[in-house]
Design a protein around this ligand. Structure first.
Ligand code: FEO
Ligand code: CA
Ligand code: CA
Ligand code: CA
Length: 594
């Protein structure tokens, strides 16, 4: 087993072992604090959290529920402060409300849930010489955006008939953002937020496109359609088309209206992370997190302007409205007969091959026969179906390496791979009934992110290292930590990839791992922390001095409730379980993992 001083620079810590402790477990010599919890007031006038007396009005000024993606942005002129942006993916009513009656939610409960979704912007204060962070309440940049906040629709599908509703006959203004999962941070200082499982909020779907997007035909579990008719597709069939986009937020302008960027397509957007071409055009990589769905990129036709001038900032806020949307097709280089669905490596010793980016639409021009450009943007999954994109094992978060440019895609699992009626294993998705997932590494031709082709290989095939159907970039498996269900990915300042997990199938709680991507230690995966019972590990952010994780849905176990909690994190017995952001740092004050 690796020791404290072993490992690539940035990964020299004693790994945390698999465990089921109801806490955040960190390596020896590291400390932690809860940065902010669900319900902590961030806006002027918001009251302190009281789980027994929660109101929608209070929640609208408090940190939301189920924090997922995190971004930390610099705040010039305010010493020791940074701007934290967080996604609030969804609500767990049964863990929020004592005596919750799922068949008959009250209007107040539904409106609390509306206010607990969305995004938070909160300035955080660093503690001198540690990695501890605390919220600066009532800072003028602090902001909440939720289910009734205004969002502007931009790009080629803005104003499309497919986006018009009785409340918005122009098809350009949407109330709310829903199910924001992972996201990204742009080099021009904005944040991107993927609207993922938006289908679950809409009742009475009936069209073929509703079906392709997983919208149910009956009532929803949360019953929001009883309290606002726009969630009932029988009454507002287009409202669901207004969700499933990438949202761009300017956290430095508290007056700005966030935008839904239609040029990036509509699907269950997990995340969106840009990289610039040599001439300064952003390329955004994006996964559609569903079993057998696709991996995409958007290439802007406009160059980013540098500098903080008002003109540059305004220009940069148009970069994601013009360009070309592509979907990926991957081809393995080994004979199909050598991919037997067990995860056994083919004879060339690697799951690898080549790929092409298939263009779907450029501005108002569709590249998909039988579909208009508007249809390509609004029903992007159908466009991917038509052009023969590769059906992946749930593309989750994606991150281009800031050092090498290689793009890392977490493919979390796919229980249906190889089952009757479903696609069989292929070289990029090589295990049938895939329980543990894999991480794909993609290298664009000529290292140009705007390229129309790429090479790829599986970097990790996750699971118990003792399981022959696992692979850690060829690194000796007796020296790595077990990992299952990779979800969010991020890079540290040293160029190591950090991977957080959701749904560990190896008997341990979920956690956060670091792995070298280059050099002799490429593939040496080490676990940095684990999260409490029922939680998934989100965020993550790795700075020199601290690691931030969002502990999402702690206590989410079948049958658990406020009265019968499965977790008492973070405040202990008798206190309600609360999704929260945690910061971890070294007690000796040195950088993480050096
Ligand atoms: Fe919300 Fe795909 O995780
Ligand atoms: Ca091969
Ligand atoms: Ca996720
Ligand atoms: Ca990420």
């Amino acid at each position: 087993k690796p020791g404290v001083t072993d490992g690539a620079r940035g990964l020299r810590f004693a790994p945390v072992g698999p465990n089921t402790a109801d806490q955040v477990t960190v390596p020896a010599g590291y400390a932690q604090n809860v940065v902010i919890r669900w319900g902590e007031p961030i806006l002027r006038g918001a009251p302190a959290f009281d789980s027994e007396k929660q109101t929608a009005k209070a929640q609208a000024g408090q940190f939301g529920y189920n924090n997922d993606f995190l971004s930390l942005l610099p705040l010039r002129g305010e010493h020791g402060r940074q701007v934290l942006v967080a996604n609030h993916e969804y609500t767990d009513e049964v863990l929020m409300f004592r005596g919750y009656d799922a068949a008959n939610p009250t209007r107040e409960q539904v409106e609390i849930a509306w206010a607990a979704h969305g995004l938070s912007v909160v300035v955080v204060q660093e503690e001198h010489r540690t990695g501890k962070l605390t919220p600066v309440t009532r800072h003028h940049l602090n902001r909440r955006l939720h289910t009734t906040s205004e969002f502007e629709v931009t790009g080629p599908a803005a104003g499309s008939d497919l986006l018009k509703t009785s409340a918005d006959p122009e098809g350009r203004t949407v109330l709310g953002t829903l199910n924001n999962c992972a996201g990204g941070t742009t080099p021009w200082g904005t944040t991107l937020h993927g609207e993922e499982n938006f289908n679950q909020y809409f009742a009475n779907g009936s069209s073929a496109t509703d079906k392709r997007y997983g919208v149910g035909t009956g009532a929803t579990e949360r019953k929001w359609e009883r309290f606002d008719k726009r969630f009932d597709l029988k009454q507002e069939p287009n409202e669901v088309h207004r969700f499933g986009w990438v949202v761009e937020l300017d956290p430095y302008d508290p007056e700005s209206t966030p935008r839904k960027r239609t040029a990036l397509g509509r699907f269950k957007h997990e995340a969106a992370q840009p990289r610039l071409t040599e001439d300064g055009r952003p390329v955004v990589y994006m996964g559609d997190d569903e079993r057998f769905d696709y991996f995409y990129k958007f290439v802007s036709s406009k160059r980013m302007k540098k500098g903080g001038s008002r003109a540059a900032r305004e220009h940069n806020l148009t970069l994601l409205d013009e360009g070309t949307l592509y979907v990926a097709r991957l081809t393995g280089d080994s004979p199909a007969a050598e991919i037997d669905g067990t995860g056994k490596l083919p004879n060339d010793g690697e799951f690898d091959g080549s790929g092409v980016w298939i263009p779907l639409a450029t501005g108002d021009v569709s590249h998909v026969p039988g579909m208009t450009a508007e249809e390509v943007y609004v029903f992007t999954r159908l466009a991917g179906d038509k052009v023969g994109a590769t059906k992946m094992d749930r593309p989750e978060d994606v991150e281009p390496s800031p050092r090498s440019g290689r793009v890392y895609v977490a493919l979390t699992n796919n229980s249906n791979r190889g089952k009757a009626g479903y696609a069989p294993a292929d070289e990029a998705n090589p295990r049938n009934a895939n329980k543990h997932g894999q991480v794909l590494e993609l290298a664009e031709h000529w290292d140009d992110p705007a390229s129309d082709g790429f090479a790829w290989r599986l970097f990790l095939v996750a699971g118990d290292p003792n399981d022959p159907a696992t692979y850690f970039a060829g690194f000796p498996k007796e020296k790595v930590s077990p990992i299952s269900c990779p979800d969010n990915v991020a890079f540290d300042p040293h160029g190591n990839l950090w991977i957080s997990t959701d749904g560990n199938q190896l008997g341990s709680h979920d956690g956060l791992f670091g792995v070298a991507t280059r050099g002799e230690r490429r593939g040496e995966l080490k676990q940095f922390l684990t999260v409490p019972r029922g939680a998934e590990t989100c965020g993550p952010i790795i700075q020199d001095r601290r690691v931030l994780v969002a502990v999402q849905h702690p206590g989410e176990i079948d049958g658990a409730s406020v009265e019968n909690p499965a977790s008492v994190w973070p405040d202990g017995p008798g206190k309600i379980v609360r999704p929260s952001v945690v910061s971890v740092w070294r007690t000796d004050g040195r950088d993480i993992g050096v």
